[in-house]
Design a protein around this ligand. Structure first.
Ligand code: NAD
Length: 490
């Protein structure tokens, strides 16, 4: 039996040991999930809501234990891990409480051609959802898929990242304990990429993938073989636009946090800043002032933890060096800021737009702050990216902020804050282009795991039945002419 040992990124010490699942075992898990889906459907909206809220309460009670494991496997400081558990609870709560309102069967207008029909819209669960997750937010990120999929009436087989298998196992265990009368609602399968591949091939009804665009392409190719629908939540290269009317202290504070929190390992973290020229220098000084005091580490005073995936340091190093070689200025730190497993904050300015630090996901505590002529140029540069996940706008005028936000090709935009959307469970989250497709969270995130079903119920025989051979031709022609007359006038 092959085992996967998860290790602390801080010490290399083992955190847990988990048997790896082969394709046979993954298929068996999907089979059990399919059986379980029938019993889950029979619970109805109220039964599912009650059970998911019981799970939520149990996770809330066990918050310290769950956070400790998140912290052990990712290396993030305990307070960051606890905040992640809290965010997770907020989403599970919303999904459980809102599934019926969003997805429950409802009447829709029948329209003039079908006044004799009662028209209804239902949302049926898809069946079994395969969730493949990343390591950077090992609890919060997969919950965006699996919590919403369960609330919509599906069962789930979850393949956590090979760096955070223990968190995946704990998720399934806590649900099984909180809902003992419905086994196999959530099963965890363990392994590297091969286990993810096996899950995508195992006959699931949809794959919800979160990870890098490179892996998403591989998963999409597997899904294409069976026409399995795919929800892809990939990386980002989020931009922040700063206008001259903005509160620069507030903007700098948010940018420093958005860029450096979780060591920059956030899909919607701040990686690019476009500030209008008159305030560029002042903004840079304020960002440096705030970032200079941030210290990575493991204790309660640490601003953030280590670079969880050691190989990522090579990418971060390349981005910094390429930018400097191309003429960028290092306002804080540089290649010397990388001291495995940690990376100190790095602030760059005047980074050429074609350098990797502006085009590829860095996924480290590095931020590039460039000057632009005006906000039009800021929007154009922000949009000139393969990624389109999140963004932010800082301005003294909220109306300008909203107008600018709507010109950005991003799935989510915050005005006068960063990542404002992440804690609002009613808002959908997702991107386009290299950032993936589809949405988690909110009503869209519930609908993503259902198939809409159109229903009509005939209420009476219509005066002119266009779906019957018994309707005299002349009468049908007159009715069509009357319809044509109406539509050519309004
Ligand atoms: P990754 O692509 O390396 O791995 C993601 C998952 O896919 C892991 O569970 C991995 O084992 C699995 N996998 C690897 N190869 C596979 C294959 N061939 N078939 C099926 N599954 C396979 O990503 P990562 O390093 O774990 O996570 C970091 C990335 O995730 C970053 O790009 C980050 O931006 C992104 N991310 C996105 C969001 C979002 O919501 N948009 C959230 C968190 C992280």
């Amino acid at each position: 039996m092959t085992v996967l040992i998860s290790r602390s990124p801080l010490t290399g010490e083992p955190v847990g040991e988990h048997p790896v699942h082969g394709p046979e075992e993954v298929r068996a898990a999907v089979g059990r999930a399919r059986e379980a889906a029938r019993a889950w459907a029979a619970c109805g909206w109220a039964g599912r809501r009650a059970r998911l809220l019981a799970w939520k309460r149990s996770l809330a009670r066990r918050l310290p234990e769950v956070a400790e494991l998140v912290s052990a496997e990712t290396g993030k400081p305990p307070h960051d891990a606890r905040a992640e558990v809290l965010l997770t609870l907020v989403h599970l709560d919303w999904a459980a409480r809102n599934a019926r309102r969003v997805l429950g069967r409802r009447r829709v207008p029948s329209g003039p051609l079908a006044v004799h029909q009662r028209a209804l819209l239902a949302h049926r669960p898809l069946g079994v959802i395969g969730v493949i997750g990343p390591w950077n937010y090992p609890l919060y990120t997969p919950m965006g898929s699996l919590g919403y999929a369960l609330a919509a009436g599906n069962t789930v087989v979850f393949k956590p990242s090979e760096l955070t298998p223990g968190v995946g196992v704990l998720l399934a265990e806590t649900l099984a304990e909180a809902v003992p009368d419905r086994p196999h609602l959530l099963q965890t399968v363990i392994g590297h990429g091969a286990a993810g591949e096996a899950l995508a091939r195992a006959g699931v009804d949809k794959v919800a993938f979160t990870g890098s665009p490179a892996t998403a392409r591989k998963v999409a190719a597997i899904c294409a073989e069976r026409l399995t629908p795919l929800l892809a939540e990939c990386g980002g290269k989020d931009a922040v636009l700063v206008d001259s009317s903005a509160d620069l202290d507030a903007a700098a504070d948010a940018i420093a946090w958005g860029a450096m929190a979780n060591a920059g390992q956030t899909c919607a973290g701040v990686e690019r800043v476009y500030a209008v020229a008159p305030i560029h220098t002042a903004l840079c000084e304020r960002i440096v002032h705030r970032a200079r005091v941030l210290r990575p580490g493991s204790g309660p005073d640490a601003a953030y933890g280590p670079i969880t995936l050691p190989a990522q340091l090579t990418t971060v190093d390349r981005h910094i060096k390429d930018a400097l070689a191309a003429g960028a200025r290092a306002l804080l730190g540089g290649p010397e800021s990388l001291r495995p497993p940690y990376a100190e904050p790095v602030v760059l300015a005047d980074v050429p737009e074609d350098s990797p630090a502006m085009r590829e996901e860095t996924f480290g505590p590095v931020v590039a702050v460039n000057a632009v002529r005006d906000l039009d140029e800021a929007v154009a540069r922000a949009n000139a990216s393969d990624y389109a996940l999140g963004a932010a706008v800082f301005t003294g005028d909220r109306r300008t902020g909203l107008a600018l936000a709507q010109r950005l090709d991003s799935g989510a935009v915050s005005v006068n804050s960063v990542l404002g959307f992440a804690a609002v469970p009613a808002l959908p989250f997702g991107g386009s282009g290299a950032s993936g497709h589809g949405r988690i969270h909110g009503a869209e995130g519930l609908r993503a795991f259902t198939s809409p079903q159109a229903l009509t119920v005939r209420r009476f025989r219509p005066p002119v039945d266009l779906t019957s051979f018994t309707t005299p031709g002349r009468r049908a022609t007159r009715a069509i002419e009357a319809g044509r007359w109406l539509h050519s006038r309004r």
